[in-house]
Design a protein around this ligand. Structure first.
Ligand SMILES: [Zn+2]
Length: 292
């Protein structure tokens, strides 16, 4: 399928568009874990929830119940019964310490419902429990999540981890962006979906899932001076069925990714100009990528 790029605001960017790079799938492997995943349609229970992807792992729902993490604890709110509280199914529990099933630890997040269970990450340890706050367990190991902006995502039978790391080579520090894929609930070596070193060590990213595609936008700021901040920015698509990685777009610009949504039409990115004046509303831009 021919891929088309469009930007609502700055058509001049077209002239700066760089060629796409890709990794191919010569053995014609199929990485789908089940026949029911062979669709681009949304699969409730098995897909990242479109309505909550913008929450970046802080908020999700199942049926009438919403779940969130706050100050090391998992909370729920049921809009049907209008009840809320700490999500603990242990009778007689005082909800005061780590023995409480709702205690998620200090470095927690990535809360997500998948196939009838609630998942979250505490440090480098992935947990899950039943939606009534019982049967909390560590369900598999992942490699250490030592770095910045750790996230995990469960989508169509795989667990993906994203992490910004850094390494010192000679006198220079370099940032790395790494994405790994594990079969959910199995002890296995991860597949490295993406690994790249960036020169400025000021990396942030957004990652979204839709059907059998994973889109991720990576910014690397050349410096952190808001007056002059230029980003090296890249948008990738990882094809979940074939394992192929495709760079869709790359550019230097003084925007920061503020939000990112994947719809049936394409990928929308809300951008913030980094040389903004707070009284000037024109520092917000919307980009649109018609890749679908
Ligand atoms: Zn408790």
């Amino acid at each position: 399928m021919k891929r088309v790029y469009a930007c609502l605001m700055l058509l001049l960017m077209l002239s700066s568009m760089m060629g796409c790079s890709s990794t191919t799938n010569p053995a014609n492997e199929n990485y789908l874990l089940d026949e029911k995943f062979d669709t681009e349609a949304y699969l409730p229970g098995y897909d990242m929830q479109p309505a909550f992807q913008s929450a970046d792992g802080q908020f999700c729902s199942e049926g009438s119940v919403y779940y969130t993490v706050l100050n090391s604890w998992i909370f729920y709110y049921d809009r049907e019964s209008d009840t809320s509280g700490i999500l603990c199914g242990k009778p007689e529990c005082a909800h005061k310490d780590a023995s409480c099933t709702a205690y998620a630890g200090n470095m927690m997040g990535c809360i997500q419902v998948y196939d009838g269970k609630l998942y979250w990450l505490s440090g480098s340890t992935p947990y899950r429990m039943d939606l009534d706050g019982t049967n909390r367990e560590v369900f598999q190991k992942v490699e250490a999540m030592n770095g910045l902006s750790p996230q995990f995502y469960i989508h169509r039978g795989y667990l993906y981890t994203c992490l910004v790391g850094f390494q010192v080579t000679s006198a220079e520090a370099q940032g790395t962006m790494e994405i790994k894929r594990y079969p959910l609930g199995e002890e296995a070596e991860p597949v490295i979906v993406f690994h790249k070193e960036y020169p400025y060590n000021n990396i942030w990213y957004k990652c979204r899932f839709s059907g059998n595609s994973m889109y991720f936008m990576i910014d690397d700021a050349q410096d952190l001076d808001v007056e002059s901040m230029m980003q090296h920015r890249e948008l990738y698509e990882y094809h979940l069925q074939t394992g192929e990685l495709e760079q869709l777009w790359s550019l230097e610009e003084n925007w920061t990714v503020y939000g990112m949504e994947v719809t049936e039409e394409g990928v929308y990115v809300l951008n913030l100009r980094t040389d903004y004046n707070v009284t000037d509303r024109s520092h917000i831009y919307l980009s649109y990528f018609d890749f679908r």
